[in-house]
Design a protein around this ligand. Structure first.
Ligand SMILES: [Zn+2]
Length: 144
């Protein structure tokens, strides 16, 4: 079991981790979401649906609808990817060292289903100084 923070309920809830085979994910996700979220891809900058989105709401995992980011924590990083200063809860994400592409980066995954969301860097705005650089394809906005 993993404890996931539910924005609707306002508390942590025990949930069974979501595990599906690659072929099942491929059948239920659109191609870009499958490529990014399940295979660790990166969408080209300035192409996703959320980098320039200013609607209010909660960004959910595109694979399992776990609450991930508040629109209030979104900022314009100029990178072409939706960027946030923090997650809804540290419980809802999993951070893992990623040594691919000749770099050492902190990869951000959905804590419930393991979807690849993006990376987190330490060059964000104060006070926390974190920049969660996410892929639109791994997110789904539930508008308020
Ligand atoms: Zn998920």
């Amino acid at each position: 079991m993993v404890q996931i923070y539910s924005v609707t309920e306002g508390r942590l809830i025990d949930q069974e981790p979501i595990e599906k085979s690659e072929s099942t994910w491929k059948a239920i996700l659109d191609p870009i979401t499958f490529e990014v979220a399940r295979r660790g891809g990166t969408e080209p900058p300035f192409t996703g649906r959320y980098h320039n989105c200013h609607l209010n709401g909660i960004y959910l995992c595109a694979c399992c609808e776990t609450d991930l980011f508040y629109s209030e924590d979104k900022f314009d990083s100029g990178t072409g990817w939706p960027s946030f200063t923090k997650a809804v809860s540290e419980n809802n994400i999993h951070i893992k060292v990623d040594r691919s592409a000749g770099m050492i980066r902190d990869e951000v995954l959905c804590a419930l289903c393991g979807a690849h969301l993006g990376h987190v860097f330490n060059d964000g705005p104060p006070p926390a100084g974190r920049r969660f650089c996410m892929n639109s394809a791994s997110l789904r906005l539930r508008s308020k």
